[in-house]
Design a protein around this ligand. Sequence first.
Ligand code: SF4
Length: 686
Amino acid sequence: MDKENKFDYCNSLTRYSRWETREVKIGNLPLGGENTIRVQSMTTTDTMDTKATVEQSIRMIKAGCEYVRITAPSINEAQNLKEIKDELRKRGYTTPLIADIHFTPNAAELAARIVEKVRINPGNYVDKKKFQTLEYTDAEYVEEIERIRNRFTPLVKICKEYGTAMRIGTNHGSLSDRIMSRYGDTPFGMVESALEFVRICEELNYHEIVLSMKSSNPQVMVQAYRLLIHKMKESGMNYPLHLGVTEAGEGEDGRIKSSVGIGTLLEDGIGDTIRVSLTEDPEFEIPVAKTLVDRYNHGRIHKEIRNINFEAIKFDPYIYNKRESIQVTTLGGKNVPRVIIDKSAKGVTYSDLKELGYTYIFELDKWNISDCAADFIYLGDKEISFEIPGTLRLIRCDDRWEEQEDKTKSFPMFNKYDYMDDECEKSDIMNFLMVKPTDLVQKILNKIKQDPTVVLIIDTANNHGMAEQRSMFLKLEELHIHCPVVIQRTYENLDEQSFQIYASTDAGALLLDGFGDGVLFTNISITQESNKSSKTEHTKPDFGNTILEQRKADKMVIKPNLNIHDLLVNNTAFGILQATRNRISKTEYISCPSCGRTLFDLQETTERIRRRTDHLKGLKIGIMGCIVNGPGEMADADYGYVGVGKGKVTLYKGKEVVQRSIDSDLAVDALIDLIKENGDWVERDN
Ligand code: SF4
């Protein structure tokens, strides 16, 4: 790919606009084109249980779900979709239904006559995956494609006849042996897997197609979607895209991981419908999905962002490479990205430290430091009256820092004026400079380039902030400036969920591409200044923070946002670093969202496994509801716990089966034993 062409996976890296896809008709609710980004989810009930499936579908629809997907593992379930659809229509719900198919073309062919859309997985629609490494000659490969054509053509013809749409949904974990043999387990393989099927559809003049490239690893998922668009553009295609991170898990981690993957693409105008897949009841997925898409569904007007000189940069959007930076103490270089917590508004107390991962044990007279303990606290001009833990460092505004006797545990933060002023005392070790990308004029850049102690903290006031910050990273690369850079975002008036989703999107999109040596999130509440209150409300929490300076200039009253607690900010920061695979600080659970195929209570089982294993930092445990898709979907898990029958579980080490059909009452203990036998167990720190 030539340099500029390489970035041809969206309309622009500096101007927000949606990549325009063709409109696909799905019942009464079209997708793609100029339609809003739709949200969807999938039922978890047994498809043969019409009442339960209808009732769950209604709960989802009431929560805002625009398409309801229902699994059809065999012809019986496919047939029962008619009962479900009739009952929903009878009760006045016209929401389009989607049948989810794996392995069973005859179920797909029946479902396509009943519902508005079918989803097939090209990795297993015709092929049974055997996890074998096979060699294919060119002739054998062509023969295989011919076999697919014969098996797939009837479905395409039925879809054409009945006006049914189709999603060709590749999953990273279930690529066919044929694709694996030629492309490996890569985004290239994922894309080709879908395009083989798309080409057959096009030959049959069928275009009501939606595509997806899901993975439980947001990095792989983002690269695959980018590559798919690039390849589609080369071939003159523009099919709408369904975005999702598979097996994202539950709770906070699932929300963060989904937002990192889906949000990164939405930021570049990619995506026509999304599903946030959580190991929770499906109606809980919808508010998360809506918070994600609402940021883009009303357009995004933003200030102009500096153009990128594509010729001068090495950044590759299809391969993860961490931006090269010099090391300044514990920031930059080969260090993991650091977490800085903003306490400049209220200062820090002894008890605050617990929320930031530091617990003082009186009996032992020492600090217990968790794997998710913040690295720095930004204090602004606030004082601190107690001895901080040895690994924690403080950042203070430069005039306060100057007054300190002991300058080894704290470092100064400068605004652009004080940084450029040689009269202002600087640290010999590390100096933070807080600026917006637009502040980085040539004179400042020249000084930064020569300064081995500077760490940039970059905030943005641009409505398309991620793109502005990315363009700044690319500018630094062009100028060969390698100072560490901390991504800062200041959020105004957000609730907890919006903060978590926005931060995961904004910082996650940069970290996924290797940009950023740290994160710092500031949450404020702003209101219009009234004449009476203006004087009393202003404090000075904002030293050096450029967004706060701007809001003050706009005559806004600024207060800390009390909705957002330090614990949430700290957990979100570590969650983003884990989801982008930049800093592993906890166990990763790759748990499926469950569906009509699920053979055990996924939420309860995940919780039982989590209680026993959540101290095994870095270990990836797959928890899958069925053997049909589970082993493939958990792709890169170290250990797998997979339902194989009522009350029966099979355990995996990587992709290999190690114990078959264990009684589910004994399976969690057996999983722990397996982890121990393989030397991956450590005792919990008390
Ligand atoms: S792995 Fe889970 S969500 Fe996927 S098909 Fe099996 S039970 Fe359903």
